[in-house]
Design a protein around this ligand. Structure first.
Ligand SMILES: Nc1ncnc2c1ncn2[C@@H]1O[C@H](COP(=O)(O)OP(=O)(O)OP(=O)(O)O)[C@@H](O)[C@H]1O
Length: 248
């Protein structure tokens, strides 16, 4: 379980998070929606210790994230970064097995490669992809590789940061379905950031909308259409008119 307790974060005069309170239950898939620049990525980074909140607490299974042993703590997480973030100089299998080749999760080389090939298969990629380089693959294949990397070390918690950005609608759907299958199959706790409403519908058990630095609305995905919240309605329907200010 991940609990955010009254998280505040400013960058200079930019007060991004203004008292975020949110709980993500164990085994639950939580999707965070909200306009560009509302602090969705910053929120996820606070859990991993990549951004330090100015005030408030984050608990993972009741443990304050500032009090943990970093290496062991981080080994519990998988992460699919925005844009994939694969290392171009490494063959695909080494990208997938990146965390199995160093630190707390280090495995013998042959075993790391075997796990990488198994995870590539899980995301629908044939073993021959293992020895190719990321630049030789299509955007959809690169996303699959990033997904294989996120699950390679059998994490308990996975963060997906805009998993469908840059993909066509059909490939987006394939990736969304794959994420949902994997989340259910592995029983992981998942937090996903997205602008893509089809991702919300496929991936989310629960949805939280971040607006002006706080959680504007949160609830079951199935209740979102009847939220009665004008901000959620505007976002869901993609309307320019409504309470959310847009730059035109
Ligand atoms: N390290 C940093 N230093 C200064 N400002 C930052 C830093 N990280 C984030 N910000 C600012 O915090 C705000 C929120 O950024 P964040 O990336 O979390 O937005 P987001 O909601 O994920 O947006 P998007 O959907 O566009 O990715 C932005 O105004 C951004 O410029």
């Amino acid at each position: 379980m991940i609990t955010f307790e009254n998280i505040h974060k400013s960058f200079g005069s930019n007060h991004v998070l203004r008292g975020v309170n949110l709980t993500v239950e164990r085994g639950e898939s939580m999707v965070i929606i909200g306009g560009s620049g509302t602090g969705k990525s910053v929120l996820i980074k606070t859990v991993l210790g990549l951004v330090e909140p100015d005030s408030g607490r984050i608990l993972v299974d009741g443990q304050d994230v500032t009090q943990v042993k970093r290496d062991a703590f981080l080994s519990r997480f998988g992460m699919l970064f925005q844009g994939g973030a694969l290392f171009d100089s490494m063959p695909v299998w080494q990208n997938v097995a990146f965390r199995l080749q160093r630190g707390a999760l280090k495995r013998p080389l042959a075993e790391a490669r075997e796990i990488a090939i198994e995870k590539l298969r899980r995301v629908g990629l044939a073993p021959d992809v293992a020895d190719r380089f990321p630049a030789e693959l299509s955007g959809g294949m690169q996303k699959r590789v990033s997904l294989a990397r996120a699950i390679a070390a059998e994490p308990e918690i996975i963060f997906f940061d805009e998993p469908t950005t840059g993909l066509d609608p059909i490939m987006s759907d394939v990736i969304n379905e794959l994420i949902r299958e994997i989340v259910v199959e592995m029983g992981v706790t998942a937090m996903t950031i997205t602008h893509d409403m089809t991702s919300v519908h496929t991936i989310a058990d629960k949805v939280a909308m971040l607006h002006r630095g706080t959680i504007q609305w949160s609830g079951r995905q199935t209740d979102m259409a009847q939220s009665g919240d004008p901000y959620v309605e505007q976002f869901v329907n993609g309307r320019a008119e409504g309470p959310i200010e847009t730059l035109r």
